[in-house]
Design a binder for this molecule. Sequence first.
Ligand code: ZN
Length: 144
Amino acid sequence: MGLLDDIYQDLILEHYRSPRQHGALQGEGVVSQEGVNPSCGDELTLYLRCGAGGLDVGFVGEGCAISQASASLMASAIKGKDAGHAAALSAGFQRLIRGEEPGVDLGDLQALAGIAKLPARVKCAVLPWKTLDEALARLGVDVR
Ligand code: ZN
């Protein structure tokens, strides 16, 4: 029970119920990237645009609470940031989920740290970030 309590923290449930940046972006310069996690059935389409004010981001998707909350937390974290910062957050988050030191300040994203102890859910939590990496690569950003 303790582990579930740790993972389904209020912040995660809150993002699942009221996702941030939810919806498609349209217009010039928008890159859309689909991601799928077949092991759980999670689906995600991420929309990204890199402008003078930093990244604009939106997403639509269906899936478990972890995947959708992770997408919402990610969108909140990268909105308005430059693309290089978003790539660094992605690398740091994926280290966190592997149980390693993130090496960057992850802020609210730390709410998902407990996923590292549940290998079956790792793909759910990482799906939005893998999708982000692909979208950033298409925008020409160097993703590690
Ligand atoms: Zn899932």
